[in-house]
Design a protein around this ligand. Structure first.
Ligand SMILES: C[S@@+](CC[C@H](N)C(=O)[O-])C[C@H]1O[C@@H](n2cnc3c(N)ncnc32)[C@H](O)[C@@H]1O
Length: 456
């Protein structure tokens, strides 16, 4: 890293300055600030100016923490602690420590051991590391009685987050461990990474351990759909659906940001196909905001019961579910095909197949709306970080999540332009809206259906 280096003192005064301005802003608006207590508010309010300040505060804190630890100790600490942080979260979740402690009271170690059916000695050791992450706490250090903190209380109030934790710790976490093995097997010494979903870290960990070529096209979704004994078949798929719902409930992204710059109202009585729409949470937002819209959620058949369970009665006449494989020709003629967080799962060969599968039903002027991460450039025109460090870190982690789970990718704007052109020259990128501070973008593409002329 060239150029002037920040000092601890400079960083600490920047931290105080931002913290002061955030606190006074919150006070003037009468907004309570989050605390460690179980009764704390769950998050900061959605105000763009507050969000920017918060990202800057986290960036500065991250820089200061790194400097305070020192370069050599950082490597030792990081390699030692982070995997145990993940393991501890996994154990808390799998053995349901969250229910073992009452939300408005405390539990003894003996009580937690009885509830979780784990030896008390291991309960104490797991919790001791958890406390260092503000996951549970003792009423006071050494009291022997454990209470919820704000973060663990969130799992009680929003239980779907537990499926998000499980997806990451139990499935993606194992895929991270086998990722180097997958890279050695399929990509080492090659110009490009393999495009095949069955050759990723998760495949190597679970369903294609021996690298069988006949399983190279098999995806995480196929595996999640079929895994499990008779009555339990599809449990991973259901849990994945819950994890997506939990992510959808995260209020860091507002419905306005998801719906972006598209003039949905101007569509009038239109049909929107929510392709790969999971249990329909995006369609709920759309149908709620625009009473003239009808939505058809298309996804794998196993998600239909969860779709039905999640569908609010007042929207049931306007949102329906249709099992559909998005690699097969699209059969529904619609005004808009909305793909939210779908293409990130697929390398270009597959993404192009998904786009081309739409062609049989695309009428002139039909729109394809894509909501997906848009990978920012590393640096802006001034040669500075293009996005704050915590946003950069979330983006790189999401990109690697795609790599590990399905050999997918988070694309830059240039990648998107190339992808649409390669899929079909008639796809025309009309606009991109990226809410400030958000890693996601909304791409609006129209299908310019030209009658071939003599020059063509
Ligand atoms: C990352 S999730 C996104 C879900 C939802 N759109 C959202 O934003 O929360 C990708 C979705 O694609 C679906 N999917 C995967 N393969 C599919 C296929 N071949 N045909 C249809 N849907 C598929 C999955 O079941 C899953 O719901």
């Amino acid at each position: 890293m060239a150029g002037p280096q920040p000092t601890l003192l400079e960083l600490s005064s920047k931290i105080s300055e931002i913290a002061r301005s955030m606190s006074s802003y919150m006070e003037t608006k009468n907004w309570p600030a989050p605390s460690f207590a179980a009764s704390s508010v769950e998050s900061y309010p959605q105000a763009p100016e507050l969000h920017s300040a918060r990202m800057m505060l986290i960036e500065t804190l991250m820089d200061m923490l790194h400097l305070a630890i020192s370069p050599s100790e950082f490597l030792f600490w990081h390699a030692l602690t982070t995997k145990h942080d993940v393991m501890v979260l996994d154990v808390l979740n799998q053995f349901d420590f969250f229910s073992a402690v009452p939300i408005d009271g405390s539990a003894s170690y003996t009580g937690i051991a009885a509830y979780t059916k784990l030896p008390e000695s291991v309960v104490r050791r797991i919790l001791r590391q958890a406390f260092t992450l503000h996951l549970f706490a003792e009423t006071f250090p050494g009291s022997g009685y454990v209470v919820h903190t704000a973060a663990t209380a969130y799992t009680v109030r929003q239980p779907l987050v537990r499926s998000w934790i499980a997806l990451n710790t139990e499935e993606v976490g194992k895929g991270c461990v086998t990722m180097p093995e997958a890279l050695k097997a399929y990509s080492f010494g090659k110009e490009q990474i393999t495009q095949k979903p069955g050759e990723c870290g998760v495949a190597r960990a679970f369903y294609n351990r021996d690298g069988r070529p006949d399983l190279a096209d098999k995806t995480y979704y196929h595996w999640a759909e079929e895994d499990g004994e008779d009555g339990q078949r599809g449990w991973r798929e259901r849990r994945f659906g819950e994890a997506m719902q939990a992510l959808g409930k995260q209020n860091t992204v507002t419905p306005e940001q998801i719906l972006g710059g598209v003039d949905w109202g101007a569509l009038g009585d239109a049909t929107v196909v929510d392709v790969g729409g999971s249990v329909g949470h995006l369609s709920h937002i759309l149908a709620n905001s625009y009473p003239n819209l009808k939505c058809i959620v298309q996804d794998v058949p196993g998600l239909e019961p969860q779709f039905n369970a999640a569908l609010p009665a007042e929207l049931s006449s306007r949102i329906t579910f249709k099992a559909h494989d998005f690699f097969s020709p699209q059969l529904v003629v619609a005004d808009v095909y909305f793909f939210k967080n779908v293409f990130l799962n697929w390398q270009d060969d597959y993404a192009i197949r998904i786009l081309r599968a739409l062609l049989p039903s695309l009428k002139p002027g039909a729109r394809i709306v894509v909501y997906d991460p848009i990978m920012p450039p590393v640096a802006n025109e001034e040669g500075k970080r293009a996005v704050p460090l915590p946003v950069e870190r979330l983006m790189t982690s999401m990109d690697l999540q795609m790599l590990v789970v399905c050999n997918g990718i988070d694309r830059t704007i240039e990648d998107w332009v190339k992808l649409f052109k390669k899929a079909d020259e008639r796809f025309c990128l009309k606009g991109v809206s990226m809410p400030k501070g958000s890693p996601f973008g909304l791409l609006e593409v129209t299908f310019e259906h030209r009658t071939p002329s003599l020059e063509d």
